[in-house]
Design a protein around this ligand. Structure first.
Ligand SMILES: *[C@@H]1O[C@H](CO)[C@@H](O)[C@H](O)[C@H]1NC(C)=O
Ligand SMILES: *[C@@H]1O[C@H](CO)[C@@H](O)[C@H](O)[C@H]1NC(C)=O
Ligand SMILES: CC(=O)N[C@H]1CO[C@H](CO)[C@@H](O)[C@@H]1O
Length: 479
């Protein structure tokens, strides 16, 4: 705990230092200093100012990364030195020298950033006292390290073990050959899954972009665990069809050029989708359809121009009446509709952030039960959250129940409940401990912006280090 407190103090000090400006330089330079700005042309002056601003921004980020990591102090000091050079001297050679220093500090930062392993920072965090049970950061602390990730699961997918009982497999290359998957590739690792073989827990040796040449079919008892690295899966979809016990964790999946980025269907069950960054799909992002159930979709950054999350695909899929999905702590950003759209089943939509939906945010049809609880809605293009407004036409299906409790409605957003058949019962989680922990809506926006999506490098630190330790960082810079 001491280390942790020191960490916070250091971050605050550094941020204050950077924010307040720098200590005066003691020695006068031998060559002509100062006042030179007046003699620069306006364009040159603008250039210098722009560089100064860039340097300031860089140092703020550097401060957060280095100091929160508790290392790389030398690089920080070098960078601060470089900035004071730029501020004090404007003679061309000195200015260039300062820029060079800044460049080398930037390189040091990037090396440093890359070197931040999961273990490094999570070792500084202490388990317990809310950290491990909060549904957001447990996944990145020592109590959730490695296969203990399963202890962090909550909601309807709680109890999922993925490949924890199976073999461990490390992806060492980004190769994808669907007809003959090679050892070291993700596709080879995925082929080791399945209950018959005991399952597989897949991690990644390093950052990589994997361009799938065909859909990636996940087998039962599989975990894809992208913690500690920056992994992007692109090209084709990840499909979870007719299988059970799957964890998809901490990677980016985008530009799949076909249906959904993560398609859960054909009676799949016990699936936990957590900390994914997903965007740009022809249809939607994460979908749960055709008799699938016991799914938790949490801590994801989800943005797609039109469709976002479909839970139940058709009014005639009556098997979806057994569907139960927890939708938690996701950031639904800039989509037209389906965040989620729910049919037949029970959809617990809790503690999510909604920004700039274009048609409706939460929709339902075909006897679905949607409980919207402690979400934050920030309207921009449209104000109404549900499709229950007059003139909604085909989207108005009075057979479903959609209700709101403790939601926060900002910038004019409105929510029309449909509770004409009574309110839905509370979600039937196997244990009270699996009910997702609720963050007050007053501070939810900042939390979700920090922690939604795949976490690595500075984004990881911003999520894991409490807000009070990084007061002046502008979160949006990192998206
Ligand atoms: C993560 O990887 C993607 C794909 O290579 C890249 O565009 C992005 O800049 C990387 N992010 C960081 C912080 O390294
Ligand atoms: C609030 O709504 C207006 C339109 O009424 C929009 O222009 C503005 O961007 C919204 N603010 C935010 C923070 O989204
Ligand atoms: C203190 C500590 O464990 N430092 C390690 C952090 O991670 C880097 C990269 O894996 C190691 O080189 C450090 O030894």
């Amino acid at each position: 705990m001491d280390t942790y407190m020191n960490l916070c103090v250091l971050v605050v000090c550094c941020v204050l230092l950077v924010g307040r400006g720098l200590p005066a330089v003691v020695a006068q330079p031998a060559s002509k200093p100062l006042d030179k700005v007046e003699e620069e042309t306006e364009a040159e002056e603008q250039g210098i100012i722009a560089n100064l601003e860039k340097a300031q921004q860089f140092l703020q980020k550097a401060g957060a990364v280095h100091v929160a990591a508790g290392n790389c102090k030398t690089e920080i000091i070098t960078a601060l030195g470089a900035l004071s050079w730029v501020e004090t001297y404007v003679l061309e050679d000195e200015y260039n020298q300062a820029l060079k220093q800044l460049e080398s500090a930037k390189k040091a930062l990037s090396d440093c950033n890359n070197a931040l392993s999961l273990a490094n920072v999570s070792n500084l965090l202490v388990c317990g006292s809310g950290v491990c049970s909060d549904g957001t950061t447990c996944q990145f602390t020592s109590c959730g390290a490695g296969k203990a990730l399963t202890t962090c699961a909550f909601g309807f997918a709680a109890g999922v073990t993925g490949g924890a009982q199976g073999q461990s497999y490390v992806v060492t290359n980004s190769n994808d050959d669907p007809s003959n998957p090679r050892l070291g590739s993700l596709r080879y690792g995925v082929s080791l899954g399945g209950n018959g073989k005991g399952g597989v827990w897949i991690t990644f040796e390093r950052d990589m972009v994997i361009v799938l040449k065909d859909m990636l079919w996940i087998r039962s008892s599989t975990t894809i665990d992208g913690r500690g690295v920056n992994v992007t899966i692109t090209g084709r979809s990840v499909v979870v069809g007719g299988v059970t016990n799957v964890i998809l964790h901490n990677f980016q999946i985008n530009s799949v050029g076909e249906s959904d980025t993560v398609h859960i269907f054909a009676g799949s069950s016990k699936v936990w989708v957590d900390h994914l960054t997903s965007f740009q799909a022809k249809l939607g992002l994460v979908s749960v359809v055709q008799g699938s159930t016991d799914v938790t979709i949490s801590n994801c950054y989800l943005t797609n121009p039109n469709f976002n999350m479909l839970l139940g695909a058709s009014d005639s899929d009556t098997e979806d009446k057994n569907m139960r999905v927890t939708v938690y702590r996701n950031w639904f950003r800039d989509s037209m509709q389906r965040m989620p759209h729910c049919r037949w089943g029970y959809c617990h939509v809790i503690n999510n952030l909604y920004t700039n939906w274009g048609y409706y945010a939460i929709g339902a049809r075909a006897h679905a039960k949607v409980v919207s609880e402690n979400n934050v809605f920030i309207a921009a293009r449209r104000t109404e959250i549900t499709p229950w407004f007059a003139g909604a036409g085909n989207d108005f299906d009075a057979s479903s129940t959609i209700q709101s409790s403790q939601d926060l409605f900002l910038n004019g957003s409105t929510f029309h409940q449909n509770v004409q058949f009574g309110t839905a019962s509370a979600p039937q989680y196997k244990s009270a401990a699996y009910y997702p922990s609720i963050n007050p809506t007053s501070t939810l926006t900042a939390l979700v912006k920090r922690c939604a999506g795949a976490q690595f490098a500075i984004r990881f630190l911003l999520c894991i280090v409490p807000t009070r330790c990084v007061p002046s960082i502008h979160i949006m810079d990192f998206w």
